[in-house]
Design a protein around this ligand. Structure first.
Ligand SMILES: NC(=[NH2+])NCCC[C@H](N)C(=O)O
Length: 746
């Protein structure tokens, strides 16, 4: 790794790298498209882009790159300042690695830094959050090796209506036939300019480059011709395929194919791609007991739930898991405090309305009162040896906390099952024993603690604390083991904030070291997300600087949604129940959609004003559009039976108007989009899809009469009614995946 990126990493600036890499993806796609559209005129621009990409890949900071990326320029400045600090740190690190070199272990951290990082939640009574720990790890130490993404993990059995899926199969086969010895990734893309067709195959350029590397010189245009020659001329969906001199292959779809597909969806319903059934576990939400869920947990809840919905929709066997922080020495002080404040807790569930305050009070006592502190420690010992009274006290605190969380889940339609850290207590004991037996020497003594350095990791996991207790690291190790070896999951997804990336990657590396899973067979991955910021772009807080209570946040959303419906006069046309349903759908839908429509890995600014704007890319805009389409069908006077009668009598929908055809093509892209989201676990392309669909519908409705009233003559265009129906059903499918409640009246 270059010294530049190393310095960035050491000083916790990975997020900048991530941003740069994210924009690299976009630029890379765009580069190809732009090259095609303007390749003669804009060759210089293309060369510049390519230089920028190469510089990014190499981790080199060129003047040009700094100019193009203000974020990077800023980071580079900071980096200069931090270099000095790094030098000092390095001095002490060198001493440390010398001490460990006899075992071949690379330790880039001071012992005190290690201690600071690992004495945490499951063990420590000192209110250290795992999140903080993970962050400080990132700031002070190195990285865990990332495992390679397995893009072919999801085995698609049936593409549903995915055109890209079918085209990809066709072109993959053609390339294999034309160039049997080459192994190249297929590049297929939608075109934005219809003169170049509907889709494009851009594989000829990388193939030509590969051939060149093996000493064969062939122009991309000629490579493209050879691929073209292997494409069958009589497919049911290809109208025309043309080869551009630069090597791009333009693909035009048969209009009849599209008309037939839409008819089939209208008649039989929408079919999403189907995958081979596999078991996947999604670890999401996962708040900590006695501390209220915060907006970070809200993000995890929303994103995790939507990922589950997507996986369920295509046929996975999904386990929705809440890895709640319900274990550890902090329970000592909470139990001791519960005994004092609510002595009758055993017979009556205490009304602790503000659990956060209860936590703070007990923490204050723990810090200031030595007698209380001693009692708290005794409580932990009694709890961990499962003394009934203490288990009851612990359960009481958990119940109060879970009851609160359940309000949030109910309001947001979230289904999730608890497998908290406490679930792993006996498993942690067994795990440590078995590691010692099967991997002797892996756990090493460090100031009384037992730590391990998984392969390639520079920051250790603390497996046993000096007082014999376990940590957040231990419970995550036990959870990973349990998930893979007991629950037999094929895919484990951890929806956790990006700050915990190092912690999770280190745990995964340990799992691979222990031989729990083979990366080519199972996929274990951290689905990271950025922070929630306030409109001032600082950490999201109340005006008085407190953590925002999620229930207050949801209430505020409901209040604002109600106001906006009132302002539109909806109360005059809807009854009370309809109004309430619309209000809740808008409020919760907007909060979810605002989160999901942003690039997951980036920070996002929480703004009620923006998320409730009915003219933008928001849930409220979509919900209005959806209700409008449903009402067109409802008020047409055509019954379901009449419509299905019409569909039975035909086998294509005559979608001859360009606006009809555009809308139809967009509908058919849903399956492609679902496959894309399945691969990246980024939900925003699905939001973009449904938004685009709503705007295409708008264009269609502006240009085409569904019900044509001229004088006293009324003509009903049945195929357009069917198209309305298909559009609304497609939107409803997206809403379902995004967790947005649909309402047919708004
Ligand atoms: N397996 C996991 N570590 N899941 C995420 C747990 C999140 C943790 N309870 C927190 O609030 O930060």
């Amino acid at each position: 790794m270059s010294s530049f990126s190393e310095a960035l990493r050491v000083h916790g600036l990975q997020s900048v790298i991530r941003k740069v890499m994210a924009s690299e993806q976009v630029s890379a796609d765009k580069e190809l498209q732009d090259y095609h559209n303007h390749f003669a005129a804009d060759l210089q621009e293309v060369e510049k882009l390519s230089r920028l990409l190469n510089a990014m890949k190499r981790g080199e900071v060129t003047e040009e790159l700094l100019e193009a990326c203000p974020d990077l320029a800023e980071a580079s400045k900071k980096n200069e300042k931090l270099k000095y600090r790094k030098k000092i740190l390095q001095g002490s690190l060198e001493k440390q690695s010398a001490a460990n070199s006899s075992r071949g272990i690379n330790v880039p951290m001071t012992k005190s830094a290690i201690k600071r990082d690992n004495e945490k939640a499951v063990g420590a009574p000192d209110d250290k959050k795992p999140k903080k720990d993970a962050k400080s790890k990132e700031k002070t130490g190195g990285a865990a090796p990332k495992q390679a993404r397995k893009y072919d993990y999801v085995v698609v059995e049936d593409y549903g209506s995915s055109i890209l899926g079918r085209l990809s199969d066709l072109f993959r086969k053609a390339i294999k036939e034309a160039f049997p010895s080459l192994d190249v990734a297929l590049l297929m893309a939608e075109t934005s300019n219809p003169t170049f067709g509907d889709y494009q195959c851009n594989s000829a350029m990388p193939i030509a480059a590969k051939l060149k590397a093996t000493g064969v010189s062939k122009r991309p245009g000629d490579v493209a011709k050879e691929i073209f020659a292997k494409i069958p001329s009589n497919t049911e969906f290809l109208e025309k395929v043309e080869v551009m001199p630069a090597g791009f292959i333009n693909i035009f779809l048969k209009k009849d194919y599209i008309k037939k597909q839409i008819w089939s969806i209208a008649k039989k319903g929408l079919e999403l791609p189907k995958i081979s059934k596999r078991r996947v576990l999604v670890d999401f939400s996962s708040p900590n007991i006695a501390k209220e869920m915060h907006v970070g947990h809200l993000r995890s809840t929303i994103i995790g739930d939507s990922i589950c919905r997507l996986l369920e929709a295509v046929g996975f066997d999904v386990l929705r898991v809440n890895h709640i922080g319900d274990w550890g020495t902090q329970f000592g002080m909470l139990i001791a405090h519960l005994y004092d404040r609510y002595p009758d807790f055993e017979t009556k569930l205490p009304e602790i309305s503000d659990l956060q305050a209860f936590y703070k009070e007990s923490k204050k006592r723990f810090d200031e009162d030595e007698v209380f502190k001693k009692r708290a420690y005794e409580c932990v010992v009694k709890l961990q040896s499962y003394e009934p009274n203490f288990v009851k006290a612990w359960e009481t605190i958990c119940d109060v906390s879970k009851k609160y969380n359940q309000y949030v889940y109910d309001r947001l339609d979230i289904k999730i099952e608890d497998f908290g850290e406490s679930f792993y207590q006996d498993k942690m004991l067994n795990l440590v024993d078995s590691i010692k037996k099967t991997h002797p020497g892996v756990l090493r003594e460090d100031e009384g603690r037992q730590i391990m350095f998984p392969t390639g990791c520079e920051v250790p996991l603390t497996v046993v604390k000096s007082d014999g207790g376990f940590t957040y690291d231990t419970s995550d190790l036990a959870a990973l083991n349990y998930r893979i070896n007991q629950l037999k999951v094929d895919w484990a997804i951890y929806v956790v904030d990006a700050g915990q990336s190092l912690h999770l990657e280190t745990v995964y590396a340990a799992g691979r070291d222990f031989g729990w899973y083979d990366e080519s067979v199972k996929r274990v991955e951290h689905v990271a997300f950025g922070l929630v910021l306030g409109e001032d772009r600082k950490k999201f807080k109340t005006r008085s600087g407190e953590t925002v209570r999620l229930l207050d946040l949801l209430d505020e959303g409901v209040k604002r949604a109600e106001k906006s419906l009132q302002e539109k006069g909806r109360h005059e046309v809807m009854n009370k129940e309809e109004l309430e349903a619309a209000r809740d759908a808008v409020a919760y839908g907007c909060i979810k959609y605002a989160d999901l429509s942003h690039t997951r890995t980036q920070d996002y600014v929480f703004s009620f004003d923006r998320m409730l704007d009915d003219r933008g890319n928001t849930a409220v805009y979509l919900l209005y559009a959806y209700a409008r389409i449903r009402s067109i069908v409802r008020t047409s006077g055509v019954s379901e039976a009449e419509l299905s009668d019409y569909l039975n009598k035909t086998s294509v929908l005559p979608l001859d108007h360009p606006a009809e055809m555009n809308l139809a093509k967009q509908i058919l892209k849903l399956s492609d989009c679902v496959l894309q989201v399945l691969d990246s676990l980024m939900l925003h392309p699905l939001c973009d899809f449904v938004y685009q669909l709503a705007t295409q519908f708008h264009d269609f409705y502006n240009e085409c009469y569904v019900i044509d009233k001229r004088g006293d003559k009324t003509e009903i265009h049945f195929h357009r009614l069917a198209l309305c129906d298909v559009t609304a059903n497609t939107m409803a499918t997206c809403f379902k995946i995004l967790g947005i409640r649909e309402v047919s009246k708004m």
